[in-house]
Design a binder for this molecule. Structure first.
Ligand SMILES: Cc1cc2nc3c(=O)[nH]c(=O)nc-3n(C[C@H](O)[C@H](O)[C@H](O)COP(=O)(O)O)c2cc1C
Length: 355
């Protein structure tokens, strides 16, 4: 295959892969640095990166801001010239404050999803950080690109298309998840690319597009490229790696999972999510309400009075390997994992520049 890459700001992406942001605490400086060292794009999750800071429950925002710098420094040490960015969820409170901190930390790119990052251009003004919205449908691509065009007279520096097989929060209604066959979703990707082309023409520059969701092999990569995208975003395959920032028990859960263990869950964020079935999901399905350790007012769509469980607590349990109390986010094909490897091994397995 012809060597085809793209740029993020002034940096050339050597390997056309973005590692998907994984919060809480799954993709921090260790994983993002290791991915960036291989020439791909490493992404640190900005969802409570400070969960291990001693004052996390007293000074949550400050602890997270401190950790944004620590994780960035850690990744930069591993990959001094690599491309390193952050993923931040639109649903998070203090979004603007965290974005300012990410810019100060010297990120190359901010990827933002779990909602449409309507005013992200305002928050990064004056910096040269690249910005990339995550969309799942033609409709969401149209809405965000039109809004940025009208209000900010700019367009995206990169676009992530997250398909129905992705892990974590999904940008689809449950009904859409049932309706989108792989063939129908391929058509949706082409429609999204049609929208992107209009803005490329208007702004006179390329908008690289990467496709995410269950892209696990060379063949999957070749298929994605055949649709007209510029690269792929991969998350689940990086969980069972030595460099992933999660506890070993979380990595082993991926290896032990079977197809039947992976399900669509209703997240307190108000979107469907994909995760592994476990004791917490059983308790919630049985009508139990699991109180938060301490409400940190972190998600603006979460109502602490009615939420069946606290998503922050559940995701922190996951990162720490406390599997029974955890929300175990994973992609739709995460059960295919059969060993703990290295980041280099995962990236090499895509055979990016081979026929
Ligand atoms: C454990 C886990 C946590 C995730 N957390 C986030 C997140 O915080 N923000 C986000 O935009 N996407 C998140 N995602 C989605 C990924 O970034 C990615 O786009 C998707 O999972 C790609 O599909 P794959 O896992 O099959 O490669 C998460 C995915 C996983 C598996």
């Amino acid at each position: 295959m012809e060597k085809k890459t793209f740029a993020i700001g002034k940096k050339e992406v050597k390997v056309p892969l973005l590692q998907g942001g994984m919060g809480v605490g799954i993709s921090l400086g260790g994983l993002a640095g290791a991915v960036a060292r291989e020439g791909a794009v490493g992404i640190i999750s900005a969802a409570h990166p400070g969960y291990r800071e001693p004052d996390f429950y007293q000074n949550t925002v400050e602890a997270n801001k401190r950790a944004i710098h620590k994780e960035m420094e850690k990744a930069r040490k591993i990959a001094p010239d690599g491309i390193i960015g952050f993923n931040i969820m639109v649903a998070m409170n203090y979004y603007e404050e965290y974005v300012h901190e990410i810019v100060k930390a010297g990120a190359d790119i901010i990827v933002s999803g779990a909602g449409l990052p309507a005013d992200l251009p305002a928050y990064i003004e004056g910096s040269d950080v690249a910005i990339a919205p995550i969309v799942s449908t033609e409709k969401s691509a149209k809405v965000i690109l039109k809004y940025w065009d009208r209000k900010y007279k700019r367009t995206a520096d990169l676009l992530v298309i997250e398909g129905p097989l992705a892990g974590g929060h999904l940008g689809f209604h449950v009904k859409q998840l049932e309706e989108f066959t792989p063939e129908l979703y391929d058509e949706e990707v082409k429609k999204i690319l049609g929208i992107v082309r209009q803005y490329e023409e208007k702004y006179g520059h390329k908008i690289p597009v990467v496709l995410a969701g269950g892209i696990r092999s060379h063949e999957d990569y070749v298929h994605a490229m055949s649709l007209g995208v510029d690269g792929i975003q991969v998350a689940s395959r990086f969980v069972p790696t030595e460099e992933c920032d999660a506890d070993i028990r979380y990595k082993n859960a991926y290896i032990q999972a079977q197809e039947k263990d992976i399900e669509i869950v209703k997240s307190p964020v108000g979107m469907p999510g994909r995760a592994m079935h476990n004791k917490l999901m059983d308790r919630v399905a049985g009508g139990e309400r699991v109180p938060a350790v301490k409400c940190l007012n972190c998600i603006h769509t979460c109502n602490p009075a009615t939420t069946p469980y606290c998503i922050t607590d559940a995701l922190i349990h996951a990162a720490k390997g406390e599997l029974d109390e955890a929300l175990l986010f994973c992609g739709g094909k995460a059960y295919e994992a059969d060993h703990i490897g290295t980041v280099k091994e995962v990236i090499d397995s895509y055979r990016f520049f081979e026929e």
